[in-house]
Design a protein around this ligand. Structure first.
Ligand code: PXP
Length: 261
């Protein structure tokens, strides 16, 4: 658990201005899957993120298993010390997995096989009965459920009516147009309305060090989910250390070899 003790879903924050950072580690698995081996290991990445102060870990178990695998979620559900947020489509298969592994939080997302990443928020009018049933089943198991939606007041209301505990506002429009006032105003209005209705308000998609500040500044947004840019940045920030580490092993081997010869 976070040492601040205010980082969990459903807890009333002792430090009200703290905004939770949940790190989405899907793309650690993307890199692993590129070679089909064991490295880099998302479970190890989760540990590093938590040690660095992440309030929670997010993974998206996609129907096509393109990055995160079932075994990853299984291990993470036992090893994550903070909070595990499982992103998943609204399907019987995923519901069964969530009920078995019991992450603290589920975020229901739309999923299309051909998409590169989650495009747009859930269409809450498409399968309201299925959403309602899934939310109720998760709720009965003590799992907090967020719906990933566009920042639209009607969809915020519909999410509330479906029984969601929280909403995650799609920040993609803002991330693409960070300087125009429209997307930021839409986010802020949807966040305020969600909070007014008593929903937890999360946000994410396309956020990075250059554009996160204005979303972080919206007080009613309690949690940000950030993945691609953070994992990409960690490669750049971390690459010098990896070069030094390898160089040191090579140098040591050379000196040992020269001594032996
Ligand atoms: N929130 C949800 C619901 C997502 O599907 C994603 C992408 O997997 C994110 C947040 C994180 O987006 P990004 O990887 O662009 O930071």
């Amino acid at each position: 658990m976070s040492s601040e003790g205010n980082s969990g879903p459903g807890t009333s924050p002792r430090v009200p201005r703290h905004q939770r950072l949940y790190v989405n580690i899907d793309h650690v698995a993307t890199l692993r899957q590129a070679r089909g081996g064991f490295s880099p290991d998302p479970v190890e990445a989760a540990r590093w993120c938590e040690d660095a102060g992440a309030d929670g870990i997010t993974v998206h178990l996609r129907e096509d298993r393109r990055h995160i695998q079932d075994a990853d979620v299984e291990t993470l559900s036992r090893t994550v010390r903070s909070y595990l947020n499982l992103e998943m489509a609204c399907s019987d298969e995923m519901l069964a997995i969530a009920l078995r592994l019991r992450p603290q939080q589920v975020t229901i997302v739309p999923e299309r096989r051909a998409e590169v990443t989650t495009e747009g928020g859930l269409d809450v009018k498409r399968n309201p009965a299925g959403l309602r049933r899934t939310i109720a089943a998760l709720d009965a198991a003590g799992i907090r459920t967020a719906l990933f939606i566009d920042p639209d007041l009607d969809v915020v209301h519909a999410s509330h009516e479906l029984g969601a505990t929280a909403i995650e506002l799609h920040t993609g429009q803002y991330a693409h147009h960070p300087d125009g006032p429209g997307p930021l105003l839409a986010l802020s209005a949807a966040a305020e309305e969600g909070a007014r209705l008593g929903l937890g308000v999360h946000a994410g998609h396309g956020l990075n060090v250059a554009n996160v500040a204005r979303v972080a500044g919206i007080e009613s947004i309690e949690e940000l989910n950030i993945g691609h840019a953070l994992i990409g940045r960690s490669i750049l920030i971390g690459i010098a250390g990896a070069v030094h580490e390898l160089r040191a092993v090579m140098n040591a081997a050379r000196s040992a070899g020269l001594r032996a010869g």
